[in-house]
Design a protein around this ligand. Structure first.
Ligand SMILES: Cc1cc2nc3c(=O)[nH]c(=O)nc-3n(C[C@H](O)[C@H](O)[C@H](O)COP(=O)(O)OP(=O)(O)OC[C@H]3O[C@@H](n4cnc5c(N)ncnc54)[C@H](O)[C@@H]3O)c2cc1C
Length: 379
């Protein structure tokens, strides 16, 4: 077991950190307040090659490993969790399934644009009545000649308003529930596909979370991703990778909370002492550091398993579950350490607290991750 990173991994982390410090951190608070999508930052991230981190070079990506992906997403999230999820969703649940399951023609048509960041990707599974239970989606795709006609509404879609290409899960046979779901690559701008309500969220506010509406939307059947009826499989494969990215994002938020506490507790004085002199504060910071390290190891393990092409089912869920709960605990302690100031928007820990809550929910709630882990043990 090697606990050191390669030169290439360290370099990618350094590039991501330098970029995020300079280009994300100064604007993160304002973008959060205004719920403003980081358009220019995402363009610059594309120039760094981070919109196709693990996509092979032959398809326009960087061809890096999942461990590097984790390091990059953590750095972005350390300074702006919203930007990190835009990048993570694009890489993991939008571009990756096209690479994994796409035909050569689909890869040529869509993967180059996604991996280069020329086009932004999104992933649309959730509906108003189908979140944790995706097999019960109601969006339908009816075969008509050479096309499928999509009807239905997707909710809470990350980059829903800003994306160009969306992986949409729709039912081609509702009687088969999960086995009757098919994945489609759908381009924005086609007739019958509109963006609905933009959500006003508690956290991760600079990422746009929207409703996507399909009304008699005609999609060529050649845009089916993977096999007809294999949509849930495609979604679960994508989400498996997605959870590693969300775990990395959680690490970034947790680290932000902890690092802000280290700084603040040395500056803030009460009873004539820096509050960092109080053991109560020291222990909270020590617990944060220990849990972050444990979460990082779990996340890197899940990434390592993916890189070795070993089947991973529970590890990605363990990483997502643990890292997101660590982020929530770290952010809660961070607000506590900041006292009243921690409740104010002028302090970063307030944003960490709101961002961490969202991370415990998307790409599968903590309860669903526990369900997956338990199933893998009890099967
Ligand atoms: C900011 C944000 C961005 C998102 N981005 C996307 C996206 O890009 N694409 C996409 O498709 N979706 C996206 N989602 C949707 C997200 O994945 C779902 O919200 C999430 O999976 C939970 O589904 P739900 O909201 O319907 O909650 P529900 O499924 O209704 O769950 C409600 C509660 O019941 C619990 N619960 C449900 N079933 C069980 C069970 N079997 N056992 C125990 N407890 C259970 C849940 O854990 C939760 O506590 C996003 C959500 C948010 C908030």
């Amino acid at each position: 077991m090697d606990f050191d990173f390669t030169k290439q991994q360290k370099l990618a982390r350094k590039i991501a950190r330098n970029f995020a410090e300079k280009e994300l951190e100064p604007f993160a608070q304002e973008r959060d307040e205004k719920a403003e999508f980081p358009v220019e930052a995402v363009k610059k991230i594309a120039e760094l090659g981070f919109m196709g981190i693990t996509i092979p070079k032959e398809y326009g990506g960087c061809g890096l490993d999942t461990v590097t992906y984790v390091l990059i997403v953590e750095e972005l999230a350390r300074y702006c969790a919203s930007t990190a999820i835009i990048v993570a969703v694009h890489n993991s649940v939008a571009a990756y399934p096209v690479y994994l399951l796409g035909t050569e023609a689909q890869k040529k048509k869509y993967l180059f644009d996604l991996a280069s960041g020329k086009k932004l990707g999104a992933f649309a599974l959730t509906e108003a009545n189908a979140g944790s239970d995706p097999a019960s989606i109601r969006t339908t795709a009816e075969l008509k000649g050479e096309n499928h006609v999509l009807n239905g509404v997707k909710t809470f879609i990350t980059s829903g308003g800003t994306s160009d290409i969306v992986i949409v899960m729709a039912s081609t046979d509702r009687s088969k529930r999960g086995r009757g779901i098919t994945a489609f690559i759908v381009e924005k701008g086609i007739k019958g596909f509109t963006v609905g309500k933009k959500e006003n969220k508690i956290g991760i506010r600079a990422s746009d979370t929207c409703e996507l509406i399909f009304e008699n939307c005609v999609v060529p059947s050649e845009n089916i991703l993977g096999k007809p009826g294999g949509g849930l499989f495609a979604a679960l494969k994508a989400l498996s990778y997605g959870r590693i990215g969300v775990a990395a994002q959680a690490l970034g938020v947790a680290r932000c909370a902890m690092e802000e506490c280290i700084k603040y507790s040395r500056e803030r004085k009460q009873f004539g002492k820096q509050i960092s002199d109080f053991q109560a504060i020291q222990w909270m910071i020590a617990d944060m550091a220990t849990e972050i390290e444990a979460a990082r190891l779990l996340t890197l393990k899940a990434a390592g398993i993916k890189d070795e092409d070993r089947p991973f089912s529970a590890e990605d869920s363990m990483a997502k579950l643990y890292a997101s709960e660590v982020a929530m605990r770290a952010a809660t302690k961070a607000v506590q350490i900041h006292g009243g100031y921690g409740c104010m928007k002028d302090y970063k820990v307030e944003r960490c607290f709101r961002d961490a809550k969202v991370i415990e929910i998307y790409e599968g709630t903590s309860e669903i991750q526990r369900l997956i882990i338990a199933r893998s043990l009890l099967k």
